[in-house]
Ligand binder design. Structure first.
Ligand code: MRU
Length: 344
């Protein structure tokens, strides 16, 4: 499986996902600001990977610290705040930053070398836990698949969106290992094309049968009886089970209900935000209008047309059949189930 992020002598290397599938190229961040830009520009993307990148980024920021940069705590909080401002929707980002903050606060008055080691270690643990959780999600989720399953998904919730294996795509990967996958329908995922560029690439690498469709074809494919279940990732799941994910997910959930097709969300605990009672309170990122005006750098419309470009939407809990986590599958009513599974 291709690494999305790794360390080389305390330097952070990331796979630039904007170049996929044409080129597999890694970039070595010279400083933490470059990692912030990488998150904003979607060089690294996907809720869990954004969190891990911020964790490594905070460790790198401390590596970049020297006495002339002011008070250490102010410097740390500033760097953490800068990462928190990169993308608003995926709660994994804020969750990972909190974990790094806890390590910082638990180590007052230690020498800088020791503090740096602790921070690098925590970032590595977050990354390793992510892979482990994804494999558990995969195993839990594959049990829901019928034999010869035809699955529909959107965006990329695969190895590329995580430190490895993936969430929704991890479930498909596990089901494939159990010989349960006949076919995966991948929605292209306009405007950034994570489905066409990234998910197709991952599935082809794994030799899992895949067909690419444009987003607007999903309804017809379902109507033709060619989809047995839908599984997607999530960027934030509210306490009542409402789930934010890539724009287009909500539409798929409505369609799935109409066609009586099970609709699953696969996500780790770090994506569940029990502080938010319902999806209405989830901040939806609005991205640059140019993402919609162009494809592959070329204008497909008038260069100055007004564009609305929300990057995510919210799927109401009542459209979700189950939430697949590392600790098992949560079924409705989600509020009780999520609390129980998070041990609260
Ligand atoms: O804008 P992106 O590419 O970061 O959006 C990614 C998604 O919407 C994923 O489905 C989600 O983050 C889950 S990734 C395991």
């Amino acid at each position: 499986m291709i690494p999305t992020i790794y360390l080389e002598e305390d330097r952070v290397c990331i796979l630039n996902q904007n170049l996929l599938p044409a080129r597999v190229e890694y970039e070595r961040a010279a400083n933490y600001k470059e990692l912030m830009v990488a998150i904003k520009e979607l060089k690294v993307r996907g809720a869990p990977l954004i969190g891990v990148t911020a964790a490594y980024g905070i460790a790198l920021a401390m590596e970049n610290y020297s006495g002339d940069k002011g008070d250490l705590t102010d410097y740390f909080n500033n760097a953490a705040g800068e990462f928190a401002s990169t993308r608003p929707t995926a709660v994994n980002l804020f969750w990972a930053i909190e974990r790094m903050k806890k390590v910082f606060e638990a180590n007052p008055n230690v020498d800088l070398k020791y503090l740096r080691e602790r921070l690098w270690a925590e970032a590595k643990i977050i990354c390793a836990e992510d892979i482990n959780n994804n494999m558990l999600i995969g195993e839990n989720g594959q049990k829901l698949f019928p034999p010869q399953a035809r699955i529909l998904t959107i965006c990329n919730a695969g190895a590329l969106a995580t430190c490895g294996y993936g969430t929704a795509l991890g479930v498909i990967r596990s089901a494939h290992k159990h010989n349960k996958v006949r076919q995966v329908w991948v929605c292209e995922t306009r405007p950034v094309l994570q489905g066409a560029r990234l998910t197709v690439w991952e599935l082809v690498e794994e030799k899992i049968p895949v067909s690419l469709i444009t987003d607007s074809m999903a309804a017809f494919v379902m109507q033709q009886g060619k989809v047995d279940l839908v599984v997607t990732g999530a960027d934030r799941i509210a306490a009542n089970g409402d789930a934010a994910n890539k724009i287009g997910t909500y539409g798929l959930a409505v369609l799935a209900q109409y066609h009586r097709i099970p609709f699953y969300i696969a996500a780790p605990f770090s994506t569940i935000d029990l502080n938010i009672p319902s999806g209405e309170m989830i901040k939806i990122e609005e991205r640059d209008q140019e993402e919609v005006r162009r494809i592959g750098g070329n204008y497909i419309t008038l260069p100055d047309v007004n564009v609305y470009n929300p990057a995510f939407d919210i799927t109401p809990a009542q459209l979700i059949t189950g939430i697949i986590t590392e600790a098992g599958v949560v079924e409705p009513p989600f509020r009780e189930g999520l609390l129980r599974i998070k041990g609260m």
